[in-house]
Design a protein around this ligand. Structure first.
Ligand SMILES: [Zn+2]
Length: 547
């Protein structure tokens, strides 16, 4: 990645940033870092599942730490907490799909040739609609993706390929892939069926998707004031096997095999109406779960800038306990790195700010998010219902799963290319002689896989920081993602380098310092896809390359 000169940034931007460490440099201790992780990843907390007692205990721990540091409560009604209302849905019996078309009627029980999860918008669904094929279901005309163009999908069910065509910028592709259901709903579609390309079917076969959907784990979303589920997607989403996909295209001008061959070649098949319609009958059972965001504020010192906020956050929840374990098996997902380590990073950065001789100019908002593992839900709720005006949130930095299994010498800032937050990261990293590297694993779509993304969607420049691939990091990352990640082995028995934890906390303190003390708050770059999509009225910075 190229180094952007400071002068590249429009107007004052961050060029006039105050020295990063006014007064004596705060000290960061490996032992203190370890003490947070040791508590939060203890078996007693039973994996900190959203809504569980273990997560409540973890939340009380974070609130107690905030209190001890002298932060101000930043939750609802003067408390440390913002209680998030969640709807948890499980299937009640087996949903049934009935396909009608030129070949007559076919009925599939859920999990055979079509699979869906529980409903979050209604406990009882019975809907029938014609099916329309809509390419990849992507809409970003500036990148040539315009799959809904010329199609009328109002009141219909769209069938789209999984994944996206090659050639899109990886973070844009990640975003388009993540929001297909919302885009379908925006065009008036009632349902979204995913068709598998040959490549996607190899990576994740239909049988594996069906098995996961049948695991009995509830589907969660936060509940809006109007009672609907927060994310606002189509009424149902489902995945089709090759058999079902072929049947959906019966009698159509082109067969499923034909359009899939086109997609497999890397082209984007144009959409068209199919000759079939589909009925879904589904019953779901709902329960209500409440789980808190934990929020502390360190008020800024500058009379004018202190009403702006820099957010430093990490998710406190993890996966809870394994349901169908064998006797003697480790059942607890301790989540030591995912994400007790991120919360420890936030707490130690908070300690440094609280003890600093010169307080930050902007206020710092510290948040321990809930329900990240359920789909970024706690952060999504907070970003949609912030306890400070969203227009005053200058930036958000997310701390999720720092891999502290080696001595990191570089970091990756997911989202840093979109706004001047990246400049602050580069300067802070430079102070510690840590490199800033481009995303080495774009295929992992990490940009949309953690809580900062929910703030991006509300127009807030936001990043997630991860330890980099240099100094052996690449091998450690690959081994972790294929091993202890989302497994009971992500626990205290790993060879965690606590000194790296202390260094990671220092780096995040320095980044937040830069963001809090700069005269100009961070700006999206002119022409940036995410800035244009979510922050249309905000002022812009100019990238170096554009000059
Ligand atoms: Zn996770």
């Amino acid at each position: 990645m190229r180094l952007l000169p400071l002068a590249a940034v429009l107007s004052l931007a961050l060029t006039g940033a105050a020295p990063a460490q006014p007064g004596p440099a705060p000290d960061f201790s490996a032992d203190r870092f370890k003490s947070h992780v040791a508590f939060l990843a203890d078996d007693l907390l039973e994996g900190r599942d959203t809504g569980s007692r273990g997560h409540e205990i973890a939340a009380a721990y974070v609130a107690s730490q905030f209190m001890g540091l002298g932060l101000k409560p930043g939750g609802a009604n003067g408390s440390w907490y913002q209680q998030v209302p969640f709807r948890a849905a499980v299937l009640d019996g087996k949903p049934r799909f009935t396909l009608s078309g030129p070949a007559g009627q076919t009925v599939w029980e859920n999990g055979t040739e079509m699979v869906t999860g529980a409903g979050l918008d209604a406990e009882k669904d019975d809907l029938s609609a014609p099916v329309v094929f809509a390419g990849y279901g992507a809409e970003a005309p500036q990148f040539g993706a315009d799959d809904y163009k010329g199609l009328d999908v109002r009141g219909k069910i769209v069938a789209v390929f999984s994944g996206l065509p090659k050639g899109l910028p990886s973070e844009v592709a990640a975003h388009l892939g993540d929001t297909k259901s919302e885009v379908a709903a925006r065009h008036g579609a009632v349902g979204l069926i995913t068709l598998l390309t040959t490549e996607q079917a190899k990576r994740r076969p239909f049988a594996a998707i069906a098995a996961r959907a049948g695991s009995g784990r509830p589907t969660l979303d936060w509940v809006r004031k109007d009672g609907l589920a927060g994310s606002g997607g189509a009424r149902f989403t489902a995945t089709a096997s090759d058999t079902a996909a072929t049947a959906l295209f019966a009698g159509a001008p082109r067969s499923f095999a034909d359009v899939r061959a086109e997609a497999d070649r890397g082209a984007v098949p144009r959409g068209f109406g199919l000759k079939t319609s589909l009925r879904l009958e589904r019953q779901s059972k709902w329960t209500t779960v409440t789980s808190p965001e934990v929020i502390g504020i360190l008020p800024g010192s500058d009379p004018r800038l202190s009403n702006e906020y820099v957010i430093l956050m990490g998710h406190l929840d993890h996966l809870g306990m394994r349901r169908n374990g064998k006797p003697g098996e480790d059942l607890i997902y301790n989540g030591a790195l995912d994400n007790a380590a991120g919360v420890a990073t936030m707490l130690e950065a908070a300690r440094a700010f609280a003890g600093a001789a010169a307080k930050p100019k902007r206020s710092i908002l510290f948040i321990a998010n809930t329900a990240e593992e359920k789909g970024l839900l706690g952060a999504g709720y907070y970003a949609a219902n912030p306890t400070v005006p969203v227009g005053r949130i200058a930036a958000a930095v997310d701390l999720d799963m720092p891999l502290l299994l080696y001595r990191f010498t570089d970091v990756i800032a997911f989202g840093a290319d979109h706004s001047t937050v990246g400049e602050a990261v580069r300067r802070a990293a430079g102070e510690m002689s840590v490199g800033l590297s481009p995303d080495p694993m774009p295929e992992e779509n990490i940009f949309v896989r953690s809580d900062h993304y929910e703030f991006v969607k509300e127009g807030v420049p936001a990043i997630m920081l991860a330890t980099g691939w240099a100094n052996g990091g690449g091998e450690k990352w690959k081994a972790f993602l294929g091993g202890a990640y989302h497994h009971p082995n992500d626990d205290m028995s790993q060879p965690i380098d606590w000194e790296s934890g202390a260094r990671f906390a220092r780096l995040n303190y320095l980044i937040a310092r830069q963001l809090a003390d700069a005269p100009q708050r961070p700006l999206w770059y002119r022409g940036d896809y995410f800035g244009d999509a979510f922050a249309p009225g905000q002022p812009r910075a100019v990238r170096a390359a554009a000059r």
